[in-house]
Design a binder for this molecule. Structure first.
Ligand code: OAD
Length: 255
C-alpha cells in the first residue's frame, strides 16, 4: 500500500518535516476554520484583523472573547495523531513540526525528560494560550487576561499601560520572520514533507509543500478534503489523521 511505501521512505530518510493545520486537532474537539462546520462560517474573519485591533481594540477584544471561547473553550488533549508525530520525532526521522495551530497541543506531546530527541516545534501563527503586551512585549497566560476582558476590561492592559494582544498572528499582521525562515529552510532540506490536516490555502504555509517538492522531497498530504497542493504531492491520503498517522508510526517502529 502507499502507507507501506511511505514507511519505507521514512526509514532511511534522514530528514522528515511535518506541517500541521486545524485538521490535526479536530479529533481532539478543536473546531476547524474551514471545511465542515468551520468557524469562519459562524464568525466574520474580517473582524479579527490587525488593522481592527489597532483602530478599535475595544471592539476587537469583545469579539475575540467570543471567538476564544468557541475555539479553546473546551478542555482539549492531544490525540493519537499528535502523539504519533511526537513518536516519529523521538524514534524516527521527523525533525520538525511546523504548525499553523495556536492551540499548543503539539507542545504537550513533548517529553521534557528526553528533549534532545524531541522534534522541534515551529509555531507559525503563535500561541493563543498566551497574550503579549504590544508596548513592553511582556507575555502572560491567556486565561486570566481573557477573564478580565469578560468582566469588561476592554482591552485588558499590562501593568505598563499597554494593551494586551492575543499572542497569535492576526490577518494583516506580519508573521514572525525568523520562524518562517526556519520553516522554509526545514522544508527545503527535507527528504519527506508531510502536510497534515490543513486546507493549505493560507500563506505562507500554503507554499511550503511546493518549496519542498521543488527541492526534491517526497510530499505527502493527509487531509479529509482535497487541497490546492494535491497536484504537487507524491501521495495523498484523503483520510482522518487519527487513522493514517498511528498506522504510519507503527509501520516505522516495526523495523
Ligand atoms: P482549515 O480549517 O483551513 O483546514 C482544516 C482542514 O482539515 C480542512 O481541509 C478539513 O477538511 C481537514 N480536516 C478536518 N478534520 C480532519 C481529520 N480528522 N483528518 C484529516 N483532515 C481533517 O485549517 P488550517 O489550514 O490550519 O489562521 O487554516 C490555516 C489558518 O487559517 C489558521 O491557522 C488560521 C486560519 O484563519 C490564523 O489563526 C492566523
Amino acid at each position: 500500500t502507499s502507507l507501506e511505501r511511505l514507511a519505507t521512505d521514512l526509514r532511511p530518510a534522514d530528514s522528515a518535516v511535518a506541517l500541521t493545520g486545524a485538521g490535526i486537532s479536530a479529533p481532539s474537539g478543536v473546531p476547524t476554520f474551514r471545511g465542515d462546520d468551520g468557524v469562519w462560517d459562524r464568525f466574520d474573519q474580517g473582524q479579527f484583523t490587525y488593522g481592527r485591533f489597532q483602530r478599535d481594540s475595544e471592539g476587537f477584544w469583545a469579539d475575540r472573547v467570543e471567538l476564544q471561547r468557541e475555539l479553546f473553550g473546551g478542555n482539549y488533549e492531544p490525540n493519537a495523531a499528535h502523539e504519533a508525530l511526537a513518536a516519529l520525532g523521538r524514534r524516527g526521522p521527523l525533525e520538525a513540526i511546523c504548525t499553523q495551530n495556536t492551540d499548543g497541543l503539539h507542545g504537550e506531546t513533548l517529553e521534557s525528560t528526553d528533549a534532545e530527541s524531541d522534534p522541534a516545534i515551529l509555531e507559525l501563527h503563535g500561541n493563543a494560550r498566551r497574550v503579549r503586551c504590544v508596548d513592553c512585549g511582556n507575555r502572560r497566560d491567556a486565561d486570566p487576561i481573557f477573564e478580565r476582558a469578560e468582566d469588561g476590561e476592554l482591552p485588558p492592559r499590562c501593568e505598563c499601560g499597554g494593551a494586551f494582544k492575543p499572542d497569535v498572528v492576526l490577518f494583516g499582521e506580519q508573521l514572525p520572520a525568523a520562524v518562517i525562515q526556519r520553516a522554509k529552510s526545514r522544508a527545503r532540506e527535507s527528504d519527506v514533507f508531510l502536510a497534515i490536516g490543513s486546507s493549505l490555502v493560507v500563506e505562507p504555509a500554503a507554499s511550503l509543500p511546493r518549496l519542498a517538492a521543488d527541492a526534491g522531497a517526497t510530499v505527502v498530504i493527509v487531509n479529509l478534503e482535497s487541497t490546492p497542493c494535491d497536484g504537487v504531492a507524491d501521495i495523498v491520503f484523503r483520510e482522518d489523521v487519527t487513522q493514517v498517522l498511528p498506522r504510519l508510526r507503527e509501520l516505522v517502529e516495526s523495523v
